[in-house]
Every structure is written in structure tokens, then in C-alpha cells.
Design a protein around this ligand. Structure first.
Ligand code: AHR
Length: 503
């Protein structure tokens, strides 16, 4: 059995774990909103038509912030359509997903749903087909108390208090040729800078996210960040990263090492942002909002699900409804490890998405809601990872991947909360065939007990939770985890993700 050694010392911290690392994303796409969070005829629907079974699952997931309303959708969105009397709201064609948007749910309804789930709103403005003025109008509508045309309109539409939205995305994936209004880095950088300045003139308290690359494999990656930040460095707080991973051509070894790509992505963007900081002679640091990340079988969307036809614009079609396996959840848990490992610079992140669309929560119209395999690592990491992320020392065997070269067989990160003395360790075993025994040196913690040890693994790594078998996969106690003197030992099954709570 391969062995790995991990050393944990609370004196060596990476940075505080920002709660915003545990954000998610709701886009007007497929059945995320309609037939997802909102289904007025459902037996569990509340007076506003929101499914309370979904609300309970979102709370259990532990989601800090929710990015809204897109995604690609936002680049064709007129926000004014989605406020005011519902019967007067127009039905619009959404070009991004070739669907009809009824505008039954808009800013007011979504903000009300967010209050029920207890999450913070992160709102995106349309910088694809619209510009600075429309962004300003939306900010005035949202954040000004009263006494101006747009703020009074909000009050007339039933909301007396300002929404007070703190975090704003300056468009979405503007580097992508698929994006409505896609621009060059120069053009977008200028527009983002002008819009950011204007938004801050209206509300200096807003935190602004400028679009980085849609993937570290975009042909413009690196240069895009440099040029955009050269224009907008002093005007924004975050630059975004987006990354989706899938098993390609049966190459499970590379897929299991996806977090190596995320590590490289984050470190490259940090280096580029810091380069612009040096050139600018700035004393301000730009952090990362990793505001779309997940496993996504994008080929299925491209080749099977994609909608077309001049007369074919369905409402809430089934799109991007990936069912996640145990192996997917292990990769997913490893991506969370990568985000935590960079907690000093990744201070916001959004799991894309939340319900039905590449989501940890699935629903059936008139039927149940259930947890996908990916639900479990997210919920447990969100609950246990508090305080500071630690700089751990990990010695592990390696294996060779086609996509990322030599990578560790075991990967791990730890957090320590000085407030209550708790420590959490998150580990993956990427070996496809062998368990790995990990010895954790906890001397610096001064004697610990294993409070809980939970593992995601299965003899069938393709097993999933489905409508027919909604509880096929879950976390299981890992009884191998024991504390003895200065050490904790644990055996990680092949293709597994584990969380240890020590105290
Ligand atoms: O999350 C699905 C889509 O992926 C988003 O709309 C877009 O921003 C990204 O390409």
C-alpha cells in the first residue's frame, strides 16, 4: 500500500478562509430557476412558489454567496424586464441557451429567496450587449435608499429598503468568442475600467470583479489578464477565474489530477496580477474570485442537449443536467482542496451551479429533490473549513498523467480555527487501484482526538445518485482513522475523498 506523510502546524498559515469561498451560482439556464428553486405547483412550495425542500438542501449545503443571474445569460439580459408587475414582464428570447425567459423570477423574487436560504447576493451586470449606463441604473435601483428615479421605482415595485448588494461582476466571460458582445482584452479592459469607476462614483462601497479567462486553456490566457488589469487594476478588487473539468477519452488518471490544473491556473493569475501591481507601482492587491468551477461534461451539451431551430425556444428545458459519479465527487473535493490551499488569494468562489444545472442538488417537477455525489464534499468542507488554511507539508508517491505530467498520488490541505481549537484535514487518494496509508504529524497541535472521519468512495466509482436511487452514494465513516500520541493515521481507499475533524 502506498504511504504518505503529512505535517500540520498551526503556526504556518496560508491565510484566513473567507466564507465567500463557499459560494455558488444560479443562472437563468435550463431548470436552475424554473422547476428548480421555483415551482409554484409543487407540494412543498411556499407562498411565493419556492420549493422549501430545495431551500432546506441549500441551507444544508452551506452556501455563503450566490452569483446571479448569469453566466452567458447575463450578456443578453435587460434587467428592467425582470422587475415590476409580473403580468407586464416581457417574455424574451435568451440567445445564450436558445430558450424563452419568462421573467417570472427577477431581482426582487431572487433577493427574497436568498433571505430564506441565508446567502449573500453577488450580482452580474451585462457588459456584453449593454454598457455603463445600464449598469449604473441597476446599481441605483439596488443600492440607493430613495429619492431618485430608479430607487423610487424599486420602492414602487414593493421593496422599501435598498438591496444593498456588495459584490458585482463586470460582465461574464468576455474573453469567450461564444459570449454575446465578446470583446478584445483592450476593449473589455477599457469598458470594465469606465464602468467600475462610474459604479464607485455612485456607491464607493461596492466590491467589483473584472472578467479573467474562461479557462486556463483559452488561447488568450495570461495576456488577457495582463491587458485587462493594465486598464482596470486600480478600479476593481477581484479578477475572475472559471474552470470546468471532465474525464476525456477514458483518461481517468489525468481527470483525477484536475486540481493540478486549478493550482496552476490560480498561481498564474496571481503572478500576472502581481506583475501589473509592480508595473503600476500599486500598493493594492487584486484577489481572485473563482466564480465558476465544477466538473462538467461539456461535450454532452455541445453534441446532444444543445437547442436550435428558429421556432424552438423552450421555457426551462432540461439542459446541462449532468449526473455525478463517485469519481466526479473525488475530483470535485480535490478542487475544493486547491481553492483552500490558495485561501490567501482566492477569497471568493462560486460552485457552478446550484440546482439541476451541473448542480449538487437535483429536482423532479412535482417530485423529490436529492443530493448528487458532489453535494457531500461541498457541504462538509463548508462546515469544517474554518479559521485559517494551513501550509501543510506533504510527502507522497507520484504518478504520471498525460495532461499534467507527474502529480501526487495523495493530495491534502488542512485548516485550523484558533477560536475553538478545531482542525480539519481534507485528503484525496488518486490511485485507481490501491489504498493509501497517510500518517499525519500533529505534534504541533498538542494532542488531538479524531472527532469524525468521513470518506467518499465506492467499489463502483461510476455510482451516482439518481431519481430512482437518490441515496445510492453518500459519505461513510472511515473507521481506520486513529489518533495515537503525536500522530493520526488514516487509510484512504482508491479514488476517494476524506475529511477529518480533529479536536
Ligand atoms: O455554467 C454554465 C456556463 O459556463 C455559464 O453560463 C458560462 O459563464 C460558462 O461558460
Amino acid at each position: 500500500m502506498p504511504a504518505a506523510r503529512l505535517t500540520i502546524d498551526p503556526a504556518f498559515t496560508v491565510g484566513a478562509v473567507n466564507r465567500r469561498l463557499f459560494g455558488s451560482f444560479v443562472e437563468h439556464l435550463g431548470r436552475c430557476v424554473y422547476d428548480g428553486i421555483y415551482e409554484p405547483g409543487h407540494p412543498t412550495a411556499d407562498a411565493e412558489g419556492f420549493r422549501t425542500d430545495v431551500i432546506a438542501l441549500v441551507k444544508e449545503l452551506g452556501v455563503a454567496t450566490i452569483r446571479y443571474p448569469g453566466g452567458n445569460f447575463v450578456s443578453g439580459f435587460r434587467w428592467e424586464d425582470s422587475v415590476g408587475p409580473r403580468e407586464q414582464r416581457p417574455r424574451r428570447l435568451d440567445l445564450a441557451w436558445h430558450s424563452t425567459e419568462t421573467n417570472e423570477i427577477g431581482l426582487h423574487e431572487f433577493a427574497s429567496w436568498l433571505e430564506k436560504v441565508g446567502s449573500e447576493l453577488m450580482l452580474a451586470v451585462n457588459l456584453g450587449t449593454r454598457g455603463t449606463l445600464e449598469a449604473l441604473d441597476l446599481l441605483e435601483y439596488s443600492n440607493i435608499a430613495s429619492g431618485s428615479a430608479w430607487s423610487d421605482k424599486r420602492i414602487a415595485n414593493g421593496r422599501r429598503d435598498a438591496f444593498g448588494i456588495g459584490m458585482w461582476c463586470l460582465g461574464n466571460e468576455m474573453d469567450g468568442p461564444w459570449q454575446l458582445g465578446h470583446r478584445s482584452a483592450d476593449d473589455y479592459g477599457k469598458l470594465a475600467s469606465q464602468t467600475a469607476k462610474a459604479m464607485r462614483q455612485l456607491d464607493p462601497s461596492v466590491e467589483l470583479v473584472v472578467c479573467g479567462s474562461s479557462s486556463a486553456h483559452m488561447p488568450t490566457f495570461g495576456e488577457w489578464e495582463r491587458i485587462v488589469l493594465t486598464h482596470a487594476y486600480e478600479d476593481v478588487d477581484y479578477i475572475s477565474c472559471h474552470a470546468y473539468y471532465e474525464e476525456k477519452d477514458g483518461d481517468l488518471g489525468s481527470f483525477l489530477a484536475s486540481a493540478a490544473d486549478m493550482d496552476h491556473f490560480i498561481e498564474s493569475v496571481v503572478a500576472t496580477a502581481d506583475h501589473v501591481k509592480a508595473v503600476n507601482g500599486s500598493d493594492k492587491t487584486i484577489n481572485i474570485s473563482f466564480d465558476e468551477w465544477n466538473v462538467w461534461y461539456i461535450d454532452r451539451y455541445q453534441n446532444v442537449d444543445r437547442i436550435d431551430g428558429i421556432d424552438n425556444w423552450p421555457v426551462a428545458p432540461r439542459l446541462l443536467e449532468d449526473a455525478y459519479s463517485v469519481a466526479d465527487a473525488v475530483v470535485f473535493g480535490n478542487l475544493l482542496i486547491s481553492l483552500l490551499r490558495h485561501a490567501d488569494r482566492v477569497t471568493s468562489a462560486s460552485l457552478a451551479q446550484l440546482v439541476n444545472v451541473i448542480a449538487p442538488i437535483m429536482t423532479e417537477p412535482g417530485g423529490p429533490a436529492w443530493r448528487q455525489t458532489t453535494f457531500f464534499p461541498f457541504a462538509l468542507t463548508s462546515r469544517l473549513a474554518t479559521g485559517d488554511a494551513l501550509e501543510v507539508r506533504l510527502e507522497t508517491e507520484t504518478y504520471r498523467t498525460t495532461a499534467y505530467g507527474e502529480v501526487g498520488l495523495v493530495d491534502a490541505v488542512a485548516t485550523h480555527d484558533a477560536a475553538d481549537g478545531s482542525t480539519a484535514v481534507f485528503l484525496v487518494n488518486r490511485s485507481q487501484h490501491e489504498p493509501a496509508e497517510v500518517t499525519i504529524d500533529v505534534r504541533a497541535l498538542g494532542g488531538v482526538r479524531v472527532l469524525s472521519a468521513e470518506t467518499m468512495s465506492d467499489d463502483d466509482i461510476t455510482a451516482k445518485n439518481t431519481l430512482d436511487q437518490p441515496e445510492r452514494v453518500g459519505l461513510r465513516p472511515n473507521v481506520s482513522a486513529v489518533a495515537s500520541g503525536d500522530q493520526v493515521t488514516v487509510v484512504l481507499p482508491p479514488v476517494s475523498w476524506t475529511a477529518l475533524a480533529l479536536g
